[in-house]
Write a protein that binds this ligand. Structure first.
Ligand SMILES: Nc1ncnc2c1ncn2[C@@H]1O[C@H](COP(=O)(O)OP(=O)(O)OP(=O)(O)O)[C@@H](O)[C@H]1O
Ligand SMILES: [Mg+2]
Length: 556
């Protein structure tokens, strides 16, 4: 319906001059009208839009009015089109059956007998138009109502979707929490066991090391000791992985260029994977450094590469890439900048159950004696301990991607520092104070030290070590265990520093608790260690101490 026609009158009085007279009367009263020569023209006018109709009864009698009737029936719910019907015969409806029929046909109709007075026509026309305007108002209200209903429905629909999404997020967060709690509990359990085993392995390896130098020409004994040492160091590796999973590894985090680290690993990875696997390693040179323990990270990446190799028995592609990522909101990572190393393979992938359990310690699908199930556990623990995470993506038959996320370091790496070899140059005449509450471990370490050539004074506690330092004046270096009842190795070191600030101190530990906290500045040696490790650490510390002494220059 066109807006300009909304208030016009449609006039259908085909006989005589009624139409022009009516149109003139309406024009005088400032009302627009259109004269229609016949019913079809009237219908066209109705479809274009009109305020009311003035129709002579003879125009509808003996005529096919089905189209008009259909138009009236099909009006929208707000519309009840008003008619003024010009009749000839007077009297009530009961005496005029034609009028009765037309009333039924037109519905909203006012009768006007001819000849009509202009005032009557104009007043009927005005009231018809008023009624029509009220219908237009109703139409507007109805449309507004529909609009707001539509809006409400749309809000409701999105509300449902939003509620569903939030519920999904909530459920995912709960599952994540459950997973994290499970791993945390497993970590605590594993960490305790691993720590005790680590302590036991220290004298085992130490004593075997010493025994090796005692057997002389007895080659059978040497072989037995060698194989015992091999088994012990395999055990030490396992224990190390357990400690790593429990996030209790004694890490030495530093600023490391991941690009350089991956570059340095390329040959080793290609060799470990064999000729059937194509290796592609890419890391941009402008990648910021990450704060990691480079040795442990190499081990982690190697573990992932070996997992990939095992998943591609018939060959495939291994892609290792490193990128910088900005984390704003993530349930698993603190906001900040991270370096992400992705290790992707085109192997067999994992089904959902394997994927959900892959990180658990001892979970393996590789059969007894083939896999320890500690590879991913180690990577997970390492990443978490560094303040990052391990994220696994895999679908059966579609390969696997393991991502290690590590926090970006703000300090530039010192390339000289990373591979600095420490040469063992034992200072033969030095005296070492050794504090450890566990007799077995202390004896083992003391024997190693004496074998190197040092003089050793043993203390079974921090308190005893403090007393000894006051009475024995020629002690050059302190070696202390970290975890001792009463006074920890870090507390002892602090007290000794206040008495003898220049004395070098070496902390022996199997625990990571001090990697970040107090005592992090102390030189450390992780358990279990070989005699050569011990020798080189002490030699380094004693050398450093000598360099710090300013010789007295006597006037000559
Ligand atoms: N890249 C991979 N593709 C397919 N499955 C994998 C992949 N990496 C790990 N898995 C699955 O996760 C399990 C656990 O892996 P994890 O590295 O912890 O132990 P493992 O490889 O079985 O043993 P180990 O690391 O001691 O050799 C694997 O046994 C294997 O089922
Ligand atoms: Mg593995």
């Amino acid at each position: 319906m066109r807006g300009e026609f909304a208030e016009r009158a449609l006039i259908l009085t085909p006989l005589g001059r009624d139409d022009r007279i009516a149109a003139a009367m309406l024009a005088e009263a400032h009302m627009r009208s259109t004269i229609c020569p016949d019913l079809p023209a009237f219908l066209i006018g109705l479809n274009e839009g009109a305020g009311f109709g003035i129709v002579a009864e003879e125009a509808l009698l003996r005529t096919d009015v089905r189209d008009l009737s259909a138009w009236i029936d099909s009006q929208p719910e707000w519309s009840d089109f008003p008619f003024v019907l010009l009749t000839r015969r007077g009297g009530g409806l009961e005496r005029n059956p034609d009028a009765r029929r037309l009333l039924d046909l037109l519905g909203n109709v006012n009768f006007l007998e001819r000849p009509f007075h202009p005032t009557t026509l104009v007043s009927l026309a005005r009231s018809a138009l008023r009624g029509r305007k009220r219908q237009y108002d109703a139409r507007t209200t109805l449309m507004e109502l529909r609009d707001s209903e539509d809006r409400l429905r749309r809000v409701n629909e999105t509300l449902e979707a939003r509620v569903e999404e939030r519920t999904r997020e909530h459920e995912a967060a709960l599952a994540q929490l459950h997973e994290a709690q499970k791993l945390e509990m497993l970590g605590q359990l594993t960490g305790g066991v691993a720590h005790d085993f680590n302590n036991l392995l220290t004298p085992v390896i130490g004593n075997l090391d010493l025994l090796r130098t005692q057997v002389g020409n007895n080659s059978r004994a040497a072989r037995l000791i060698q194989s015992a040492l091999q088994a012990a160091s395999r055990a030490a590796t396992l224990v190390q992985r357990l400690l790593a999973f429990a996030r209790r590894q004694d890490l030495q985090p530093q600023s490391v260029s991941i690009t350089a680290l991956l570059d340095g690993m390329t040959d080793m990875i290609s060799r470990s994977l064999g000729p059937t696997i194509q290796v592609a390693i890419s890391a941009p040179p402008e990648l910021p450094p990450a704060r990691v323990d480079p040795n442990q990270l190499e081990l982690a990446i190697l573990n992932l590469a070996i997992n990939a190799r095992d998943a591609m028995p018939r060959g495939g592609h291994l892609t290792i890439s490193a990128t910088e990522e900005d984390v704003r909101k993530d349930g698993r990572l603190a906001p900040g900048r991270y370096v992400r190393v992705c290790v992707s393979d085109t192997g067999v992938g994992m089904d959902p159950l394997t994927l959900s359990r892959a990180i658990e310690p001892f979970y393996t699908t590789k059969g007894i004696g083939k896999g320890t199930g500690l590879g991913l556990s180690m990577v997970h623990g390492l990443a978490a301990q560094l303040g990052g995470m391990l994220d696994l993506h895999s679908n059966q038959g579609e390969g696997t991607t393991a991502e290690i996320w590590m926090p970006v370091s703000e300090i530039m790496p010192d390339p000289a520092k990373q591979d600095e070899p420490v040469l063992a140059r034992p200072n033969q005449c030095a005296t070492i104070l050794l504090a450890d509450d566990e007799d077995l471990v202390r004896h083992g370490t003391a024997d190693m030290l004496r074998d190197i050539g040092y003089r050793v004074i043993e203390a079974t506690s921090g308190g005893e070590a403090l007393r000894l330092i006051e009475t024995e004046t020629d002690i050059d270096l302190l070696i202390t265990d970290y975890l001792m009842p009463g006074m920890s190795g870090v507390d002892l070191a602090r007290q000794i520093r206040s008495l003898r600030p220049a004395m070098p101190i070496l902390l022996i530990t199997g625990y990571s608790t001090i990697a970040e906290g107090p005592g992090a500045e102390l030189a450390r040696l992780a358990k279990p260690f070989r005699q050569t490790d011990l020798a080189s650490r002490i030699a380094g510390l004693l050398d450093q101490a000598c360099e710090n002494v300013i010789p007295l220059v006597r006037p000559g």
